[in-house]
Design a protein around this ligand. Structure first.
Ligand code: DX5
Ligand code: ZN
Length: 221
């Protein structure tokens, strides 16, 4: 499976988002990771549907929308999803996760499911047919710039084995949180194929996006 870089837009220059989009297109990121935070599921606020829809109108790159909200189903109709966009819900906040995943697929997007570091993989078992993108949080969601929860690496490997063993080899496996130049080789070796790039790599202070991207691609090779 082709390994993808999903650039975390909350780490870009928020006051110059249009320019950031152009630069991210130029350096060749694969997806644009849009974090949505509602101040309830996580103690922070980030991106809202009108902003995400505006971004979708401004770029042809696929959007990788990551909902960290208490009510994913309420948000779904507000998003103008395009074919190729991914919409990931958080399992821990979504009681009727199967319904939500089916609704995302019905809306024409790639249905994604995110798991917090403390949520065991067994919670995923019955949802496998409805998930095309599994996103493992490798930090507790809410902020950029946190340290890796160490057991995440083993969890990636176990998730990949679980997917392959159950006949879901085509399901993508993303990692989000402290995907640093040091951690990414271990994440990829464990089976991750989508790397969410934030302040630990692409948007690292003191690096240009070109330099960050070159180092990240090398770490993913
Ligand atoms: C939240 C975000 C952040 C962040 C990751 O889901 O996706 O986790 O951008 O990047 P780092 O941890 O490298 O700042
Ligand atoms: Zn995210």
């Amino acid at each position: 499976m082709k390994r993808l870089v999903s650039a975390s837009l909350m780490c870009a220059d928020l006051l110059n988002l249009r320019a950031s989009l152009r630069q991210l297109e130029e350096v060749g990121v694969d997806w644009l990771h849009c974090d949505v935070m509602d101040g309830h599921f996580v103690p922070n606020w980030m991106m809202f549907p009108d902003l995400i829809n505006a971004i979708a109108g401004e770029t042809s790159l696929p959007l990788d929308i990551h909902l960290m909200v208490t009510d994913a189903l309420m948000m779904l109709p507000r998003l103008k999803l395009r074919k190729g966009d991914a919409l990931t819900i958080s399992l821990e906040s979504t009681v009727h996760a199967q319904r939500a995943l089916a609704a995302v697929r019905e809306a024409g997007a790639i249905p994604g499911l995110a798991l917090n570091p403390g949520t065991p993989l067994v919670m995923l078992e019955e949802l496998l047919p409805d998930v095309e993108l599994l996103l493992l949080m490798s930090v507790n969601p809410g902020y950029a710039g946190q340290k890796l929860v160490p057991q995440s690496i083993g969890k990636i490997a176990r998730a990949r084995a679980m997917l392959d063993g159950a006949g879901y080899a085509a399901t993508r496996l993303a990692v989000d949180g402290n995907c640093s130049f040091d951690n990414v080789p271990r994440m990829v070796a464990a089976g991750a194929d989508v790397i969410v790039a934030g302040t630990s790599s692409l948007f690292m202070k003191g690096l240009s996006l070109q330099e960050g991207m070159a180092r990240l691609r090398a770490a993913m090779a």
